[in-house]
Ligand binder design. Structure first.
Ligand SMILES: *[C@@H]1O[C@H](CO)[C@@H](O)[C@H](O)[C@H]1NC(C)=O
Ligand SMILES: *[C@@H]1O[C@H](CO)[C@@H](O)[C@H](O)[C@H]1NC(C)=O
Ligand SMILES: *[C@@H]1O[C@H](CO)[C@@H](O)[C@H](O)[C@H]1NC(C)=O
Ligand SMILES: *[C@@H]1O[C@H](CO)[C@@H](O)[C@H](O)[C@H]1NC(C)=O
Ligand SMILES: *[C@@H]1O[C@H](CO)[C@@H](O)[C@H](O)[C@H]1NC(C)=O
Length: 490
């Protein structure tokens, strides 16, 4: 880390410094290395690192410590870094001096997060069922693998104590934590043990609004996967950040994701052609579908937006999107240039041909076969085929778009760019395994980095020999690396 990226202390003008994370946010290993390089700068800054407010016994403002001498009459704003919701449609945040009200608007559910050590506002001022949580939260359970990805990008893996569907978690470090027993899988059979696991955590990040008996006062329903667009979904990083007082980092992270996303979007949409893309799947006959085989063209909004933003045309069928007749389905998709196959099982072209009712003789009749363009979302999986697409790709909208652009306009990206989640089975691209051996650091506070490349500085090979290497110019994104670097310090 460059010495220059150490934060300049804010003007103290009678007020406390406004940083919201302690300098140890990124963990001892990062900081000891850093301090070794910049000990002089550190010594100069010591007076600023000791917060005058902490010295008065009120605890770090907006920080990770609890307030020790709370007096409402002091009128201290404990949350100087505030979330501004830009893209997300399904949550909002309102701030008071010592608490914030975070609302999941999809379920009209309020969470009152008050700085620990201060007094929670009276419950009578809020709707029945409002949940009160002292923050920052130190111990959480996650019922979805999606929440795990968001928490890890914020660098708060250390708060994750219990995870459900642990066999499907793709995160290497959570897999390692499970192996070491630092994180436990939610018990499914022994009700006593399950209740004890819930009791030991402060909050339970759940999916939607189902609440298990005994967890009514601590379940936080999240709706990132219902928020319609990719950037809406990524902005839930800010929702999660409110529980950890990490608003400032989260805002920087989502700003960099947005900028990088928009840069990929411009690069892909500068191309003249618009390939036709369908996200399709096959479901075998079973009791769930009246014993009738079904083929579906997904109309999901975020897939449509990702497709259009990748410089392509979204295809969800002309008159209908769900088919029970193979021939009718195949007729509907024959002119599709690129298939994103979402069929749950089957991982190669043999399985794809079988589930779609295709034969080798069909190659010339279907554009996606002739183009060798059949992608699956299982490019990053854990040893049980637990897909990171449902976690990392939700939070890392820019990296998700990068993967789609690789399918629609590879000429807009650097030559031979690697894939994350979307692998082309028509080109025999293999799954990439994520297991505990891939956990890079033992430090549980290291944020999981975004998988996207930096679009604004990428060298694009437009396939015109070696004369065509050029960087995308003029983007607002030149600060992207700098932002990440400063996020590491803040
Ligand atoms: C809230 O719950 C209490 C008791 O459970 C009940 O008496 C009261 O009427 C409820 N208030 C509202 C607004 O639903
Ligand atoms: C269930 O869990 C409780 C609490 O950990 C434990 O005491 C009990 O022995 C367990 N029951 C069984 C059948 O394993
Ligand atoms: C939840 O608890 C109530 C009363 O304690 C009980 O009637 C209900 O069956 C329980 N629900 C579940 C799903 O266990
Ligand atoms: C299920 O299949 C049966 C027999 O083909 C049909 O009569 C019935 O309407 C179907 N039900 C649904 C919900 O599609
Ligand atoms: C395709 O999606 C659009 C909305 O994006 C919807 O209005 C239309 O009905 C869908 N078509 C089919 C066949 O489902």
């Amino acid at each position: 880390m460059a010495v220059q990226s150490f934060p300049i202390p804010p003007s103290t003008s009678g007020k406390a410094p406004r940083w919201t994370q302690p300098v140890s946010f990124y963990g001892q290993s990062v900081f000891s290395k850093y301090y070794a390089q910049s000990i002089c700068v550190f010594l100069l800054l010591i007076p600023f690192l000791i917060s005058p407010v902490a010295a008065q016994g009120q605890g770090a403002i907006g920080g990770q410590d609890c307030v020790t001498n709370y007096n409402p009459a002091d009128n201290v704003d404990y949350f100087p870094s505030k979330i501004t919701v830009d893209n997300a449609a399904l949550f909002k945040v309102r701030y008071a001096n010592n608490y914030k009200v975070v609302t999941n608007t999809a379920g009209k559910k309020d969470f009152v997060l008050y700085q620990c050590g201060t007094t929670a506002p009276p419950a009578s001022e809020f709707a029945n069922g409002t949940i009160f949580v002292p923050v920052p939260v130190k111990m959480a359970a996650s019922l979805t693998t999606t929440s795990v990805a968001f928490i890890e990008m914020l660098g708060r893996r250390s708060a994750l104590k219990v995870v459900d569907t642990e066999g499907l978690v793709s995160s290497p470090c959570v897999q390692l934590g499970l192996e070491k027993g630092e994180i436990v899988g939610l018990e499914d059979n022994n009700k006593t043990l399950r209740a004890e696991q819930f009791k030991a955590v402060e909050i339970v990040f759940g999916s939607g609004f189902s609440v298990e008996n005994g967890t009514e006062s601590k379940t936080v329903g999240t709706s990132e996967v219902s928020d319609p667009g990719p950037l809406n979904r990524a902005e839930w990083l800010e929702f999660y950040s409110t529980f950890f007082n990490l608003e400032e980092s989260a805002q920087k992270l989502t700003a960099s994701i947005n900028n990088n996303y928009n840069c990929f979007k411009s690069a892909a949409n500068a191309k003249a052609t618009k390939p036709l893309v369908a996200w399709s799947s096959y479901v075998a006959p079973s009791s769930y579908n009246n014993n009738t085989a079904t083929w579906t063209l997904s109309p999901a909004e975020y897939k449509k937006i990702l497709t259009v933003d990748a410089g392509a045309t979204f295809y969800n069928g002309t008159t209908k999107g769900t088919f029970t007749n193979s021939a009718e389905f195949l007729a509907a998709i024959k002119d599709v240039d690129i298939i994103i196959d979402e069929t749950f099982s089957g991982s190669d072209m043999t399985a794809f041909y079988a589930s779609y009712g295709l034969t080798n003789a069909d190659t010339a009749n279907y554009k996606f076969l002739a183009n060798k363009a059949v992608f699956r979302q299982d490019g990053l999986v854990n040893p049980n085929d637990g897909r990171d697409w449902f976690g990392g790709a939700v939070a890392m909208a820019d990296a998700a778009l990068q993967d789609i652009v690789r399918a629609t306009h590879p000429e807009a990206l650097p030559k031979d760019i690697k894939y994350n989640w979307l692998r082309n089975i028509a080109m025999d691209e293999p799954k990439q395994l994520l297991n505990s051996a891939n956990c890079p650091a033992t430090d549980s506070s290291t944020p999981v980095p975004d998988r996207a490349i930096t679009c604004s500085t990428m060298k694009v090979d437009e396939g015109k020999g070696n004369a065509a290497n050029k960087a995308i110019a003029g983007s607002a994104l030149t600060a992207f690396v700098g932002l990440l670097a400063s996020a590491l310090v803040f």
